[in-house]
Design a protein around this ligand. Structure first.
Ligand SMILES: Nc1ncnc2c1ncn2[C@@H]1O[C@H](COP(=O)(O)OP(=O)(O)O)[C@@H](O)[C@H]1O
Ligand SMILES: [Mg+2]
Length: 317
C-alpha cells in the first residue's frame, strides 16, 4: 500500500539556520501521527513544507505516492488547521466553512456545510460572525472548514493550545473520535507531551531538525532510542548512572547497592517521588511507597535499565 505522506531527505534552511535537516518521514493511510517538539524546533516549518507554503532546499514530498514537491498549495489537496485558526473575521461561520467549496467550485456547498456542521456540533452558530463565538467553537469551525472539501490528509498546527484546560481536554477526545470516524490521516504537531500521548498512533520527536525517535508513546517511554529521548519523554527525566538509564519506577527503594540523599519529595496519590543526589552529585528521582525526610540517606537497587551507547549525549541542546 502506498503511504499517505512521505518525506524523503527534506532540508530547509532559513539564513544560516538548518531548521529541517535531511528529514524522512512516512505517515500511513488512516494514521494519527503526532510531531512532538519544544517551541522553535521547526514544527510549523515542517507543515508549511508539506502544504506547499514553503519549498524545501533539498529532498522530496510525496502525497499518495505522487511527487508534489514543486506543486503549489492549491494543487496538493491538503487541509491545514493553523494554530490561530486563520478564520476570516468578516465572514459568518457558514461563509467560512463554505469558502473552500466556492474556491474549488465544488457542487452542493450548502448541503456539505450543513452535514459537516452537524458532525461538529456547530449547526446553531452558522449565522454568527466568527468574532462572536468562543475559542472552542472557533476551533471546530476551523476543523469544519478543513474537512468540508474532503482533503487527502489533514495537517494540524497546535490547534488545541489556545484553549482553556477544560475545553482543551474535551476538544482533544473529540478530535481523536473525529479522526477515527473519518478514517483519514492526520499529521498533528504539538509541544505538549500529554497531548501527543493521548492522540498519537505514533509520535515523532523533533530534535535538531530531525526525528530523534518515531514510535508509540509507550515504546518511547519504555525503550528510548537515545539518552536525549529518555530525558525528554515522561513526567520525569530518566535517571542515569554512567551509560545506564533507568526510570524512577525501575528501582526498589529500601535496600541495594546504590545510595542517595533525599532533598525533596513529591506525593502524587499514594506514590512518592523522591528527589535527591548520589555522593558524586548525580541527580536522581526514585519512585517509592514510603515518604522520606529531606536529608535522609536511602539505599536503592535498579530492577531494569537501558544500556546506551558510549557516544550518545543526553544533554538537551
Ligand atoms: N520565514 C522565516 N524566516 C526566518 N526564520 C524562520 C522563518 N520561519 C521560521 N523561522 C525560524 O525557524 C525556526 C523554527 O520555527 P517554527 O517552524 O515556527 O518552529 P515551531 O513551530 O516548532 O515553534 C525558529 O528558529 C524560527 O525563528
Ligand atoms: Mg509553530
Amino acid at each position: 500500500m502506498t503511504a499517505k505522506l512521505e518525506l524523503r531527505n527534506v532540508t530547509k534552511t532559513y539564513g544560516k539556520t538548518n531548521v529541517i535537516s535531511d528529514m524522512s518521514l512516512t505517515v500511513e493511510e488512516g494514521e494519527f501521527f503526532v510531531v512532538l517538539g519544544p517551541s522553535g524546533t521547526g514544527k510549523s516549518t515542517l507543515l508549511k513544507l508539506i502544504v506547499g507554503i514553503e519549498q524545501p532546499d533539498k529532498g522530496k514530498v510525496f502525497i499518495d505516492g505522487k511527487d508534489v514537491t514543486r506543486l503549489p498549495p492549491n494543487k496538493r489537496n491538503i487541509a491545514m488547521v493553523f494554530q490561530n485558526y486563520a478564520l476570516y473575521p468578516n465572514m459568518t461561520v457558514y461563509q467560512n466553512i463554505a469558502f473552500p467549496l466556492k474556491m474549488h467550485r465544488i457542487a452542493n456547498p450548502k448541503q456539505k456545510v450543513i452535514d459537516i456542521s452537524a458532525k461538529l456540533n456547530i449547526s446553531d452558530i452558522l449565522n454568527k460572525r466568527v468574532t462572536q463565538i468562543s475559542g472552542g467553537q472557533q476551533q471546530r469551525v476551523a476543523l469544519a472548514r478543513a474537512i468540508v472539501r474532503n482533503p487527502s490528509i489533514f495537517l494540524l498546527d497546535e490547534p488545541l493550545s489556545n484553549l482553556d484546560a477544560r475545553v482543551r481536554y474535551t476538544a482533544r477526545s473529540e478530535l481523536k473520535k473525529l479522526q477515527q470516524e473519518l478514517g483519514q490521516s492526520f499529521l498533528f504537531v504539538t509541544h505538549d507531551q500529554k497531548e501527543a500521548e493521548a492522540l498519537g498512533d505514533r509520535i515523532g520527536v523533533l530534535h535538531s531538525g530531525k526525528f530523534e525517535q518515531i514510535a508509540t508513546y509507550k515504546d518511547m517511554y519504555e525503550n528510548p532510542s537515545t539518552p536525549w529521548i529518555g530525558d525528554f519523554v515522561g513526567d520525569f527525566p530518566m535517571n542515569f548512572i554512567g551509560r545506564m538509564g533507568f526510570r524512577p519506577e525501575w528501582t526498589t527503594v529500601g535496600s541495594g547497592e546504590y545510595s542517595m540523599t533525599v532533598d525533596s519529595e513529591e506525593s502524587i496519590g499514594d506514590v512518592v517521588f523522591l528527589h535527591g543526589s548520589m555522593d558524586d552529585g548525580n541527580r536522581m528521582i526514585l519512585k517509592s511507597t514510603v515518604r522520606e525526610k529531606p536529608g535522609n540517606s536511602i539505599k536503592f537497587s535498579i530492577t531494569r535499565h537501558i544500556a546506551f551507547e558510549q557516544n550518545q549525549s543526553k544533554s538537551i541542546a
